[in-house]
Design a protein. Structure first.
Length: 339
């Protein structure tokens, strides 16, 4: 019976992953994945990678990763980008790989405020190995038995290829930003079953934040004292996909060059019952040469609990390419939370 329960748990998790996008705790450090309108938002050239390991304490875990590159061309008021994302679920050996080309256009509204619109076109590959999968029709709950062999009842295609489109809009100024994005405008087919049709629902995301400048401190570099930036940043990200919705709320304290953050993920349900998922703790460092490095840990506060799952680990790395003077101007107005 324990085997049946574990099998059912992982089948549910696998189905959820197939029908929903991977969520990153450091969504602000994965800007193009969050909203294609962030392409070129630095006004410079940028590259970044993200890695997430979810539920590492379980025998079967979920791993996701993203790599991106974007460049802003001032003469065209345009940003150009390339993004690759992947995800793997070890129980069914299901994998997702997506590569996309991204474009954005910037409209200057004021001296330090901008409006950007972006769009991404992608090719998506979904692959699965069902040799270990036990379908619900194979479970005999009354007898506590599994009928047949794993994978023996599966009839369908283990490879799905499709195209997809994402779009977004972004406003940002010196201290505040606000964005809206829609993913999966083409709602691609995601069902592996031959006699079933299941399209990936569109995902809506509403996000924003505000940075509060604090009194600067001093850093002694052995030759002279320089100002140390200190700021407090508040942010949110609401996302809805199909029947699922979620809200991330958080705060980050930037104490140059360190970043400390605390986030809450969850959302009350329509039945007025709490839907608490995780508390996210962040430690980051901002290196003046153009590198942002962040590590976060998700402490599960859902019914799944922390001990069985082990929470989630996430790492982000970004690098901004530019001349020394351009980087100085960039970091004078951008915090770790800024894109």
């Amino acid at each position: 019976m324990k085997i049946l329960l574990l099998t059912g748990l992982f089948l549910c998790c696998a189905s959820w992953l197939l029908a929903q996008d991977i969520q990153y705790s450091q969504y602000y450090a994965n800007p193009i994945y969050l909203n294609p309108a962030f392409t070129g938002s630095t006004g410079l050239t940028r590259a970044g990678v993200n890695f997430r390991n979810q539920w590492p304490a379980m025998d079967e875990s979920f791993v996701a990763y993203t790599a991106y590159f974007d460049h802003y061309e001032e003469k065209l008021n345009s940003g150009f980008g390339l993004i690759f994302q992947g995800a793997q679920e070890s129980f069914t050996e299901t994998s997702l790989n997506e590569i996309g080309l991204v474009y954005s256009y910037r409209l200057q509204l004021g001296e330090k405020s901008y409006l950007q619109a972006g769009m991404q076109g992608s090719l998506v590959a979904r692959d699965a190995l069902f040799d270990r999968v036990i379908l619900g029709t194979q479970l005999d709950i009354d007898r506590g038995q599994i009928l047949g062999e794993p994978g023996g009842s599966f009839e369908g295609d283990s490879e799905i290829r499709s195209a997809d489109v994402h779009a977004g809009l972004l406003y940002y100024g010196e201290r505040a930003w606000f964005g809206f994005s829609v993913a999966h405008l083409l709602e691609p087919e995601i069902s592996y079953l031959a006699d079933d049709s299941n399209q990936l629902p569109m995902k809506y995301s509403l996000h924003g934040g505000y940075r509060i400048g604090l009194a600067p401190g001093d850093i002694n570099d052995y030759f002279n004292n320089i100002d140390q930036e200190r700021s407090l940043t508040l942010g949110f990200n609401y996302k809805k996909q199909g029947e699922f919705s979620q809200l991330d709320l958080g705060v980050e304290f930037y104490f140059e060059p360190l970043v400390l953050g605390l986030w809450y993920r969850g959302l009350p349900t329509k039945y007025s019952l709490p839907n608490n998922e995780a508390l996210v703790f962040l430690l980051g460092v901002n290196i003046p040469m153009g590198i942002d490095l962040g590590y976060s840990f998700d402490y599960s506060i859902s019914k799944l609990g922390f001990s069985p799952s082990g929470g989630a680990h996430e790492v982000s790395l970004r690098y901004v390419f530019s001349t020394k003077s351009a980087k100085k101007r960039y970091y004078a107005t951008q915090s770790f939370f800024r894109y």
